[in-house]
Design a protein. Structure first.
Lengths: 503, 397
């Protein structure tokens, strides 16, 4: 007897429908799974058998063949367990196969028959959303975000069997848990002094420009960078869905519902290439750059990251997405993040000149870790220093994140009228149209080019930063010399002694 | 020695530098024998000087390969040790190497050998040279200082190098990072007088490699000298030896920025041993890179506040004319003109910088103006040359 159940598997951040075909026939008892299952998928055999027996249901002593169609797509994860289990019961005629028509089934099984949540529930339910979907009770909130035909949350296999055989109704969904209070985002008003770095944060947030803080240990680079998220506006509905999808596929902890605030990801500097850009042996799982999409990717101790890992960030920095190729195919993940990085000017932290204990060769090695093309993509490079205690005491109270976020939101509104989400995305003719230069500004740029301070890419990048600076000021159309000078002075580069220079 | 002779089947093949006698002569002129002597183990400059101050290097070499060194040449018996090394020495390859580098090797008997190094208390018997023969008649000033200098130190070194070169003074320096390199870059930019670079490694081992361009420029328009044999790595002990050559070649040693201890202070000690005048450029008491130079000043070294101070010490200018020249420099006036066209914020920033260097952050806080305005004002001041940056600090230029 044959039964076909609808389920889904993850490929990258997208769900793909899978038909679980179960065939039960006379012959030597046995259980085979075919159709490119991965290891955890193949282990379904043992879990399904134990779960059916634990649920006091009958395990057919027959020859059981499970095929996961389409046959050429690799299946991964344990999310197909429940579909296989009900498939076996239906093929053994313990359940009427027609009750399973037009029903999606997703869930991992425990040996006691309990149904557990699956990673990537959101994209998976999305893939089979045009029919009711049976999911683990804990996946309900996420599933309801995308299910178009309703969700049937269950706790164990027995409940599902009873509901399908008509002896009991579908279990009442438990009341949704009280919404968890999101942790408050760190606020800018915790930081006194540091006017330059704060302003750079504001410009970066408003225009989506990548930012690097350079400074000695203890100057507050990490503290500043962590406050970037608080300056960014809420996610748009599309961004929100995309971020939730990626986080779900990456198996990250989700709030009860869509993610509405920009994510903040801070991978450690020992992170491998696969952890950062995504990947795995068979199919690519989204990495940290994708988890940070529409949010902030914070790389602390930038100089300690492996140079190859940093260079892998060039494509996402430029295109906002990352393509990862593996033996089984190529996957494209979103990676439209705002990079905030922090590094010491040299290994000892003092920065080249006075009081620096680094050998010149060690300094040069430290600087070489950042390749030219990578550094060229950082629009804002700002020196952060330990504040002077005297200035700390008599400085005015710090501006709060809310105040800055308000200005950032205003700039973003202006930007959307230009047809892009962020000024950093302005390219080519759109940039010339929305950020024309007045005569003085042209002169400033020409001088910078003549002095060799700018590359062609650098020129365009400075223009976008100047656009943001003007937007923060009064939003006028033409860029003035002062906007470009300010943009240029935020575009510093490290020289061979660890001090910042124009370039 | 008898044993050594017994091991030597015949010395002739070793002496054969090349097949053709013309090439043989050429290699001898280049000093291939001296180059081979310099590479012998434990061939200290004192030992070699004893051998080479009277004799031709080819002659000494033939004694070495024959194992027949005169006993007076050293207190120990080097004949055996040197003979064993000399036996494996390929003079032909060495000659080719010298040829490809266009390097020449001189000893006290050759006329190109700098006389100052022969008469020195610690003479240099073998000298590898690339570039022109240094003019021993013209005044020379050694400019030394820390490798890890401040931007101010670097620009002073460049100015001083350029100023001295324009006055026809040979600038002698060590081609190191920091002050040394900056002094040479200044002198080369002026392109008015030849420069002399004395390095610690072999002439085929560029060190520091970052100064490769400088190394080439000095060779092209001046002289590059080294006491180390070809292939010698820049080992630590070679630099004090190099420092004594710097001093011996110079009439005045100028120190621009040096820590309390370090190579530059060693150079000063060598200068004191030779009664060479040491001058120092004063620095801020807050600048650790100027601790050594300020110490020198407090011990009585004459200060260098301009190129003229050095020229006066060389008797190339009198104090009176120097002062008159200083009046002509006009840079304070130029500053004044620039200052008149400043806007109020720029003037205010300059006032705030009167108290000394501060971080840009502190400048913004003290100016109590919006960040972009201060940034733009600082940029403009930097362009007029009224403001300088050093690492995290900004200061009046």
């Amino acid at each position: 007897m044959l039964a076909t159940i609808r389920s889904a598997t993850l490929v990258g951040v997208w769900g793909h429908q899978v038909s679980v075909e179960v065939h039960v026939a006379d012959g030597l008892p046995g259980f085979t799974v075919v159709g490119l299952p991965d290891a955890s998928c193949r282990e379904a055999r043992d879990r399904v058998r134990a779960a059916i027996i634990s649920s006091k249901l009958k395990w057919p002593p027959k020859r059981i063949t499970v095929n996961l169609a389409p046959n050429d797509m690799p299946k991964s994860g344990a999310g197909l367990d429940l579909a296989v289990a009900v498939g076996v019961l239906a093929a053994d005629q313990q359940l009427a196969p027609e009750t399973l028509k037009n029903m999606g089934v997703l869930g991992q099984l425990g040996l006691d028959g309990s149904v557990r949540p699956v990673p990537g529930a959101l994209p998976l339910v999305d893939a089979i959303g045009d029919s009711p979907v049976v999911v683990a009770a804990r996946d309900r909130c996420v599933a309801e975000l995308v299910a178009r035909e309703g969700v049937r949350p269950i706790n164990n296999l027995k409940e599902m069997f009873k509901a399908l055989s008509g002896t009991a109704p579908w279990p009442e969904p438990p009341p949704p848990p009280p919404p968890r209070r999101a942790d408050p985002e760190p606020d800018l008003c915790d930081i006194s002094g540091q006017p330059l770095a704060r302003w750079a944060l504001e410009v970066a947030a408003a225009g989506g420009h990548h930012l690097l803080f350079v400074g000695p240990p203890g100057a507050g680079k990490t503290m500043l960078a962590r406050r970037m998220v608080g300056l960014l506006p809420d996610l748009t509905p599309q961004e929100s869905l995309e971020v939730t999808r990626v986080h779900s596929a990456a198996g990250l902890v989700l709030p009860d519902g869509l993610i509405t605030r920009p994510p903040f990801r801070a991978p450690h500097h020992s992170s491998s290439m696969a952890a950062l850009v995504g990947g795995g042996t068979h199919m690519a799982r989204p990495g940290e750059v994708s988890a940070a999409t529409s949010g902030v990717l914070f790389l602390d101790e930038l100089g300690e990251f492996a140079p190859s890992v940093l260079d892998a960030l060039r494509q996402p920095l430029e295109e906002g997405k990352i393509r990862v190729a593996r033996s089984q195919g190529m996957i494209e993940h979103p990676a439209r993040f705002l990079l905030v990085a922090a590094m010491n000017p040299c290994p000892c932290g003092a920065g080249g000149t006075v009081g620096c204990r680094c050998a010149p060769a060690a300094l040069a090695r430290y600087q070489r870790r950042l390749s030219g093309p990578f550094v060229d993509r950082l629009d804002l490079v700002v020196r952060v220093d330990r504040p002077d205690p005297a200035d700390l005491l008599d400085s005015r109270p710090s501006v709060s994140s809310a105040e800055v976020a308000q200005r950032v939101a205003e700039v973003r509104t202006l930007t959307r009228k230009r047809g892009v989400a962020r000024n950093a995305d302005l390219h080519g003719s759109a940039l010339d149209q929305h950020a024309p230069l007045d005569a003085e500004a042209t002169k400033v740029l020409r001088t910078a080019l003549d002095e060799g301070r700018l590359s062609a890419r650098g020129l365009r990048r400075v223009q976008t930063v100047a656009r943001t600076i003007r937007d923060l000021d009064d939003g006028g159309l033409e860029l003035r010399a002062q906007d470009l000078l300010a943009a240029l002075s935020l575009r510093m580069r490290l020289d061979s002694t660890g001090s910042l220079i124009h370039g | 020695m008898a044993e050594a002779q017994a091991q030597a089947p015949s010395p002739e093949p070793i002496l054969a530098v090349s097949a053709s006698p013309a090439a043989d002569l050429d290699a001898t002129a280049r000093g291939v024998h001296a180059a081979a002597l310099a590479a012998l183990p434990r061939a200290s400059s004192a030992r070699l000087h004893k051998l080479l101050k009277q004799q031709d290097p080819a002659e000494v070499w033939s004694q070495v390969v024959a194992g027949e060194l005169p006993r007076w040449a050293s207190s120990e018996d080097f004949a055996d040790l040197w003979y064993r090394h000399a036996r494996d020495c390929d003079l032909g390859a060495l000659a080719e190497q010298l040829e490809s580098l266009d390097a020449w090797v001189t000893t006290p008997v050759s006329p190109e050998h700098p006389p100052a190094l022969v008469d020195d208390i610690d003479p240099a018997p073998i000298l590898f040279r690339r570039g022109r023969v240094p003019d021993s008649g013209s005044p020379a000033v050694a400019i030394v200082g820390t490798r890890r200098c401040t931007p101010t130190g670097r620009s002073v070194a460049m100015e001083l190098g350029a100023g001295l070169a324009e006055a026809g003074v040979t600038v002698v320096s060590g081609l190191a990072l920091g002050i040394d390199g900056a002094a040479h870059r200044g002198a080369l930019a002026a392109a008015a007088a030849p420069v002399v670079g004395v390095v610690g490694s072999g002439l085929d081992r560029v060190y520091p490699y970052r100064n490769l361009d400088l190394w080439d420029e000095v060779t092209a328009s001046g002289t590059l000298l080294s006491e180390a044999p070809l292939g010698a790595e820049p080992e630590g002990w070679r630099f004090p030896a190099r420092n004594r050559l710097l001093v011996a070649l110079a009439d005045v040693v100028v120190v621009i920025e040096s820590k309390r201890a370090g190579g530059s202070m060693h150079t000063v000690e060598e200068a004191v041993r030779r009664d060479v005048v040491v001058m120092a450029v004063p620095g801020s008491v807050r600048n650790p890179a100027a601790e050594g130079t300020n110490l020198l000043l407090s011990e009585g070294c004459p200060p260098v506040c301009s190129t003229d101070d050095v020229l006066v010490a060389l008797d190339l200018a009198t104090a009176g004319t120097a002062a008159k020249d200083a009046g002509k420099a006009e840079s304070p006036q130029a500053n004044r003109v620039a200052q008149n066209s400043l806007n109020p914020l720029q003037k205010r920033l300059l006032q705030l910088l009167d108290d000394g260097p501060v971080s840009l952050d502190a400048l913004v806080l003290r100016a109590a103006s919006p960040v972009p305005e201060v940034l733009v004002a600082a940029e403009a001041l930097e362009r007029c040359g009224l403001l300088a940056r050093d690492g995290s600090l900004v200061m009046r230029a």
